[in-house]
Design a protein around this ligand. Structure first.
Ligand SMILES: *Cc1c(COP(=O)(O)O)cnc(C)c1O
Length: 401
């Protein structure tokens, strides 16, 4: 999978080499000013080592815990329910709507009980999921928290996604819109008081691992082989940074920490360049849309230039088989790295399910089986070479259908 969507090797090198002269607090201050310019004074901005940590801070701000229920989409990443269960609340999974990749709001309303304290609103792939106004007004005590991990900088009526409800969290993990390696941001309405839930700093050795892993991902954007060799060496030297198995397979919550200094310095120039980054990806999305929409049997989700796509999803209706194998084959014939997000209602496949049982949310399961995606990466240039790859992809898809 192609990652480091908005970070170039040159920016990475420049920022890493200049890192010794910069303090973490000063960098975080720069990031805060940059975000505040976009979201305005109505929002408090707080930085973390990961999106999951930012979610924990929001849950803590609203004092959500034992005896409470939190509604989650059955088309999400395991680290989201991890943090909900970690604060003591009960996870309630609700099915999504294939037309939007967001909630089926009728099912959400049915799942609401007197114990429901929060609803985590998905914005999968960066497309905004609209909360029906009447639902919000009928349940004024329920907090609607935006999981904007896929949609940093997506605009809804000119405003940042995540500024219409009761709080939002964003992620800067390798594969997300902007690349910090890891990193998270929480927005909470001003005056609400964000509790300081951070337990410490990302150790220097982990930041070294992050830098080594980022190098591997950046190399892979230039040469898949070079990236593979680098990552194999990094693994042998135990220098790859990844989420622990206790979180993915054990469902354990992550302890929030401060944003890493390395992540902060990488994010400063990307935040500044966000409008240009989003515009570049919108051009890619139009290209993908144009090519794939000509294929019967493929469904797409609309999104105009205000969407900051994290990846570009497409659905192969009725496809059956091993999704990872199919993605590998499509990648091999087309030369475009085809991704599998999400491959389970609680992604990734095989992770801890927090009580979710097979058959509970059939639409989420079907999307997990049939939705693939294409990269939204600044290293990809629209043009004849990309078109040729897309043509080969369409040909392969035509045979699959
Ligand atoms: C990546 C992701 C998160 C969590 O972000 P981290 O920074 O990895 O903690 C949350 N929700 C969704 C939908 C994600 O894809």
């Amino acid at each position: 999978m192609l990652t480091c969507n908005s970070l170039s090797p040159a920016t990475f090198l420049r920022r890493v080499l200049a890192l010794p002269g910069r303090s973490r607090d000063a960098l975080e201050g720069q990031l805060t000013r940059s975000v505040a310019e976009s979201v305005g004074p109505a929002w408090q901005v707080m930085w973390f080592d990961a999106g999951r940590s930012a979610l924990s801070a929001l849950l803590a701000a609203y004092r959500i815990g034992h005896g409470d229920e939190v509604i989650l989409p059955a088309y999400t990443c395991v680290v989201v329910p991890n943090q909900v269960a970690g604060c003591g609340a009960r996870t309630v999974f609700v099915d999504v709507d294939a037309a939007t990749l967001g909630y089926d709001w009728m099912l959400v309303e049915r799942a609401i009980t007197p114990a429901t304290r929060a609803i985590i609103v998905p914005h999968n792939f960066g497309r905004p999921c609209r909360v029906p106004d009447d639902l919000r007004s009928r349940y004024p005590a329920i907090r609607f928290i935006d999981d904007a991990a896929h949609g940093l900088g997506t605009l809804v009526e000119g405003q940042w996604l995540g500024t219409r409800h009761d709080g939002a969290f964003f992620s800067f993990e390798y594969s997300k819109n902007l690349t910090g390696g890891i990193g998270g941001l929480a927005l909470l309405p001003a005056g609400g008081g964000l509790p300081d839930v951070k337990t410490g700093h990302v150790p220097v050795v982990d930041q070294l691992r992050l830098a080594v892993t980022l190098c591997g991902h950046l190399l892979a954007t230039r040469s898949a082989l070079a990236g593979r060799i680098w990552m194999a060496l990094a693994r042998r030297c135990k220098l790859v940074y990844r989420s622990g198995d206790d979180q993915v397979h054990g469902g354990v919550a992550h302890l929030p920490r401060h944003l890493a200094r390395l992540s902060a310095t990488l994010l400063v120039p990307q935040l500044t360049a966000m409008a240009a980054i989003r515009a570049h990806k919108a051009v890619l999305a139009r290209r993908y849309h144009q090519k794939l929409s000509a294929l019967p049997g493929i469904s797409l989700w609309e999104g105009d230039d205000s969407v900051h796509w994290v990846r570009f999803p497409f659905r192969i209706a009725g496809v059956a088989g091993n999704k990872a194998d199919m993605a590998r084959q499509l990648t091999a014939v087309s030369g475009l790295p085809v991704g599998v997000w999400f491959d389970d209602p609680i992604h990734p496949l095989g992770s801890f399910r927090h009580g979710y049982h097979a058959g509970q949310c059939p639409v989420g399961e079907q999307l997990a089986a049939e939705v693939f995606n294409l990269p939204m990466n600044c290293a990809l240039q629209p043009g004849p070479a990309l078109d040729a790859k897309l043509d080969r992809l369409c040909e392969a898809l035509g045979k699959l259908l």
